[in-house]
Write a protein that binds this ligand. Sequence first.
Ligand code: PLP
Length: 400
Amino acid sequence: MNQNFVTQLQSGLADLQSKGTLKKLNHLASPQSARVTMEGHGEVLILSSNNYLGLCEQLEVVNAGIQALHDFGAGTASVRFICGTFTVHRALEQALARFVGTPASMSFVSAWNANEGLTASIAEEGDFVISDALNHASIIDSIRLAKAMNRCTTGVYKHSDLDDLVEKLRANAGARRRIIWTDGVFSMEGSVAKLPQILQIARDHDAIVVMDDSHATGVLGATGRGTAEHFGVVGEVDIITSTLGKALGGAAGGFVAGPAALCETLTQKSRPQLFSNALPPTVAASALAAVEYIEAHPERVATLREHTLYFRAAIREAGFNPLDGDTPIVPIIIGETADAIRMSELLLEEGIFVTGFGFPVVPQGTARLRCQISAAHSRDDLDFAVRAIRKVGLAAGVIR
Ligand SMILES: Cc1ncc(COP(=O)(O)O)c(C=O)c1O
């Protein structure tokens, strides 16, 4: 073992520790739910989970995974094009396409993988790819990879600044293909992309729109079909990517949805698809059951929406000024990273698990507590959370 290497790593970690920005892992000993058992802390209320609809422990979703374990075994032992494609993958992909309103879809072991392989599969030398400044890290890395591998031209427009987007598209009017990449919901802000305007700009500039809807699938729109449903433009987005690891059962996995020819292209070209095992059938079956559950129970999506409105109003009344938005991501800006992490630790002592995010996940000086609401919460849970956040906020001098 190279001891120098270990010593260097330890010194990097000690540096983070001294700045108060070292992340610590908490171990849960029960299913992801409104309340969980956390090692060393007993029962705590979770306000940091992407389990937006409470489907992680929904009986139908869990049972579908168990049944698939019996029907298909533990895993695929192969990538898709060799011998890793199971009938449950096809069933899931048909259901996902139906749900988000595209002709086809293709599953991946994570949304990270879905995004990572996408840009390089559709952008070549002479193409222009432009990305919102606050897009998810998986989109940023996907574009960097495409640029390094295929030498496409890339650009970034200021967050949700459509004048900047237009200006940069105009400057690249000679490109063979123009691709606009945006999150549907921006995960650290809880804000929604200006999708109708982005679609119009894409039409005006002969561009295509790729939208990562990971925090919107199952969440936005009357029946949870995402950002396109929220704005009444289902079927108009060229490519939608999303995760199965949040509202859709929360296990893992992601997908790209769009024209059949796109999914066929990904089978040929997407490197995570070509060089990594397929989604385990258990996970595919649970995600399929989650989609079917949401289709049969739109009231679960309505409950999430009502809880979100309730929490946003209550946290304001408690003296905080969260970032505005329509989504269940409710960020309370604290400022310094160490303060956000300290508040999160104090909240844990009060029985609330809410993560403090700081640089480099969010810009310097905008560290925040990111509260996430779930349909699994009860009104009592939300009241309990607001009381605790107020108590800790007063103690920390964040509110008066
Ligand atoms: C917008 C967005 N895209 C992609 C991902 C990655 O999802 P997955 O966990 O399925 O890789 C996340 C997860 O945090 C996300 O928030």
